[in-house]
Design a protein around this ligand. Structure first.
Ligand code: PEP
Length: 251
């Protein structure tokens, strides 16, 4: 039985003070000793350190929104895996569609980042997902297959990897993939992982769904056999909604 995992991606929202406030609310709303599912929050780089102090001792894990594939050097604006590890992150989101769409990330650069993060001892949330045009033109499976295969190129052990299926057309749009639509793709990804890593690894790997998950649709999505939790954007900015989604994953 896979333990579900819910992670709030705060994106470029919240000052340090606001992040501390939101993290405090999340920890309080979850209550002591919560163990229903794995929970993480991903504030901006700037707020990682202060947020870590708030969640220390709780079940909430610190997650970064990205990391670079070099340790240090002339990479203005970037932050390395070692740096996020040093402030207490246990995981990092890599290949989010906004990184691919607005910052030129490719499957090749995503793969470099995944490898570096793993080699430094971080767990990785690898994001994949098709655009509406790709879905409508019938290339969805080809796109997702390339994102998974190329994102995992050269990686022999995926035990520290969670895959997040996030259809681009459902991110921040209020449009959620129906539970059946999401399940179909999750099953496709798990079958692909079986082909690449064998049945035992595929049965263990967690595949999160992301795209306008809310308290009102979380229960139905998380009830699907191949949906192992969620990567939450907008709804993670409100502690009550986020914790309601976490609890939906803990049923
Ligand atoms: C995300 O950014 O990963 C996401 C799923 O956003 P939202 O929940 O706002 O659609």
């Amino acid at each position: 039985m896979r333990k579900k995992i819910v992670v709030g991606n705060w994106k470029m929202n919240n000052s340090v003070a606001e992040s501390v406030q939101l993290a405090t609310e999340v920890v309080e709303a979850l209550g002591e000793g919560f163990s229903g599912c794995e929970v993480g929050i991903a504030p901006t780089y700037l707020a990682l350190d202060a947020t870590e102090k708030v969640i220390a001792g709780s079940e909430v894990q610190l997650v970064a929104q990205n990391c670079h594939y070099e340790n240090d050097g002339a990479f203005t604006g970037e932050v390395s895996a070692r740096m996020i590890l040093a402030v207490g992150c246990s995981s990092v989101i890599i290949g989010h569609s906004e990184r691919r769409q607005y910052f030129g990330e490719t499957n090749a650069t995503v793969n470099l980042r995944v490898k570096k993060a793993l080699s430094e001892g971080l767990k990785v949330i690898l994001c994949v997902g098709e655009t509406l045009a790709e879905r409508e033109s019938g290339v969805m499976e080809t796109v997702i297959s390339s994102q998974v295969r190329e994102g995992l190129e050269g990686i022999s052990d995926i035990s520290a990897i969670v895959i997040a299926y996030e259809p681009v057309w459902a991110i921040g749009t209020g449009k959620t993939a129906s539970s059946a639509q999401a399940e179909e793709v999750h099953l496709f990804i798990r079958t692909l992982i079986t082909e690449l890593y064998g049945q035992s690894a595929a049965e263990k790997v967690r595949i999160q769904y992301g795209g306008s998950v809310k308290p009102s649709n979380a229960v139905e999505l998380f009830a699907m056999p191949n949906i192992d939790g969620g990567l939450i954007g907008g709804a993670a900015l409100n502690a009550e909604d986020f914790v309601a989604i976490v609890k939906a994953a803990s049923l």
